[in-house]
Design a protein around this ligand. Structure first.
Ligand SMILES: N=c1c2ncn([C@@H]3O[C@H](COP(=O)(O)OP(=O)(O)OP(=O)(O)O)[C@@H](O)[C@H]3O)c2ncn1[C@@H]1O[C@H](COP(=O)(O)O)[C@@H](O)[C@H]1O
Length: 108
């Protein structure tokens, strides 16, 4: 079975942005621009919620993959690197152990 990490997916999308492949879905999204990408992120996120509410693990798996793909397109379109996301997540490691009294995560 083929498995792909989120980082590999991000890199693939970034490659499509740097070297557009005419007729590809990723190029279609970049060509349409930010409003289309945001609409897709919103739609796919809603579909994740619906799948969870339906208690349908297969549907949830499928819709989560769709949502993550569109999120990677958004990050690339906005110029946010995958490394920046990893750094943000890394900065939070260990911060959550005391939920009640913890300091809020700092915004940028
Ligand atoms: N992971 C994905 C991926 N997940 C979802 N999708 C596309 O996301 C779309 C979601 O389906 P929808 O019905 O919501 O959308 P639609 O009706 O096709 O399109 P809209 O008119 O709504 O924009 C489908 O067209 C899927 O093909 C993806 N398209 C591409 N990838 C990855 O990107 C790679 C390159 O893709 P291309 O850029 O298309 O060559 C692929 O090999 C995959 O690894």
């Amino acid at each position: 079975m083929n498995k792909q990490t989120l980082e590999e997916l991000y890199e693939m999308v970034a490659k499509r942005k740097a070297t557009p492949v005419k007729g590809s879905y990723t190029d279609y999204l970049f060509t349409k621009g930010i409003d289309k990408i945001l609409k897709k992120v919103g739609e796919e996120t809603t579909e994740v919620i619906v799948a969870a509410k339906n208690n349908d693990p297969k549907e949830l798996q499928y819709e989560t993959a769709d949502m993550l793909y569109h999120l990677m397109v958004l990050l690339v379109q906005q110029g946010v690197s995958f490394d920046a996301i990893k750094a943000e997540l890394g900065s939070r490691v260990g911060q959550m152990s005391q939920f009640k009294d913890r300091a809020p995560i700092k915004k940028l």
